[in-house]
Write a protein that binds this ligand. Structure first.
Ligand SMILES: *[C@@H]1O[C@H](CO)[C@@H](O)[C@H](O)[C@H]1NC(C)=O
Ligand SMILES: *[C@@H]1O[C@H](CO)[C@@H](O)[C@H](O)[C@H]1NC(C)=O
Ligand SMILES: *[C@@H]1O[C@H](CO)[C@@H](O)[C@H](O)[C@H]1NC(C)=O
Length: 399
């Protein structure tokens, strides 16, 4: 990676990290993948549940920006998570909402004031500035801002929207192996509004970009471990469709119990039934449910957990719930305002396989304290060193 804008550097003081981010903000920060020699990088850890950095380290830095992703990598993310939408001219971008209103400075751009539209988004008339009405060049004029008023606002206006390819370059150029976890977002809306040459669909473009950068291979295969990837979607038809295009592992996202699937209009109860898990397991390696549907909540206290996790596991499906957030307003009373208690509950009582978190650093610290990884990647050499240490301990105890 180019030295001036690296910004990685584990162990850098936060202040130094932030100043690097700021210094880099004015110009394109990330080269496309990747001319940089990668050498022998620390592999993805696969021995404990995955730390999935939800939209980057968005608890600290505005979501889906390069700085948020770099911060998440610095803090120990196993996977950086992103939502993929499209520009008007068919370039795939990292952005969560179908409209630009809540997380960019679009309101300050008077030149675009006439672009406001109302479209049917999954049966709801939605008004705003839609990404699909702006070319990539226009989108790059905008700057991203923090979604929540109670989070740090100091980075508002600094970072541009990034493309899917720029996102991939961040993962590929990371100083250790970091996976990516992109979502095929709102495929019905995108395919209605954006047309690609040769009759290609959003899903074709999405998989095409992954393949262009070498992402392939089934879960835990040699290729997968080199460039780990989970593809996620709330739309079963997209997942089934792309299962013909790539063997990369896929995760089926499951929304709140009140919300039907966006493409097939199936209820929560239908898609979490044993019969459906049995069907979908041919296409996906796991499910990504909203955590409050696994353990329902009443008056901000946890209720009796459902059996969804054990039923998913019995179908050989992983469970990666979303979204874990440090702030008290998101923590149920059972956790005594302590996010570590929440992680302890989900990791050790419920037994999930990955967690989407807004605060990758907190989850990483908790896991390092409670189930540390061997520092040198756990090769034979370290195992024998450890045995040696244990032998010494035992012999000193005997004496
Ligand atoms: C959306 O708006 C259109 C035009 O005003 C209207 O015909 C339609 O019924 C509305 N749809 C919904 C779901 O409210
Ligand atoms: C997958 O490909 C097969 C063979 O070309 C085809 O019959 C099938 O309809 C395709 N499935 C989907 C979901 O596109
Ligand atoms: C979706 O399913 C619900 C419940 O079965 C039904 O009332 C609704 O009309 C359906 N919506 C669409 C768009 O098919």
């Amino acid at each position: 990676m180019p030295s001036t804008c690296s910004g990685f550097g584990f162990g850098l003081a936060p202040i130094l990290f932030l100043s690097l981010v700021v210094a880099c903000a004015a110009r394109p920060i990330y080269p496309l993948p990747s001319k940089v020699s990668r050498g022998n990088r620390l592999p993805l850890q696969t021995s404990r549940p995955y730390n999935i950095a939800h939209r980057g380290s968005n608890g600290e830095i505005p979501e889906e920006t390069s700085a948020a992703y770099m911060r998440a990598i610095e803090e120990g993310a196993d996977f950086i998570e992103t939502d993929i939408l499209s520009s008007k001219d068919g370039v795939l971008i990292c952005f969560h909402d179908v409209t630009l209103d809540d997380t960019t400075d679009i309101a300050d751009h008077k030149e675009f004031a006439n672009r406001k539209r109302t479209y049917d988004v999954q049966g709801v008339n939605t008004t705003g500035f839609f990404t699909v009405d702006f070319t990539l060049t226009e989108l790059k004029l905008l700057r991203v801002k923090q979604r929540y008023s109670f989070r740090d606002q100091q980075y508002n206006g600094m970072f541009p929207i990034i493309t899917f390819e720029e996102f991939i370059s961040i993962a590929i150029d990371a100083p250790r192996v970091v996976g990516i976890y992109p979502e095929i977002k709102n495929p019905i809306l995108i395919n209605q509004h954006v047309k690609w040459p040769d009759g290609k669909k959003f899903e074709d473009k999405f998989v095409g970009i992954l393949k262009k950068y070498g992402y392939r291979g089934s879960y835990m295969s040699e290729n997968w471990l080199k460039q780990p990837l989970f593809i996620q979607s709330f739309a079963p038809t997209s997942l089934v469709y792309i299962s013909n295009l790539t063997d990369s592992p896929k995760i089926f996202l499951i929304d709140d119990i009140t919300i039907p699937t966006q493409d097939t209009n199936q209820s929560y109860w239908e898609i979490t039934s044993d019969a459906y898990l049995d069907y979908i397991k041919d296409y996906v390696v796991g499910i990504g449910p909203w955590k409050d549907t696994i353990v329902p909540v009443g008056r901000n206290y946890l209720q009796m957990p459902s059996n969804l996790v054990s039923r998913a596991h019995s179908h050989d499906l992983q469970v990666h719930p979303y979204t874990y957030r440090n702030e008290n307003k998101f923590l149920h009373f059972d956790f005594h305002q302590d996010p570590y208690e929440e992680y302890d509950y989900w990791l050790n009582k419920i037994g999930v396989d990955g967690l989407f978190t807004d605060f990758t650093g907190s989850l990483h610290n908790f896991q390092e304290w409670t189930s540390p990884l061997p520092k040198d990647g756990g090769d034979d050499n370290s195992a024998s060193k450890l045995l040696h240490k244990v032998a010494l301990l035992i012999s000193s105890y005997k004496n």
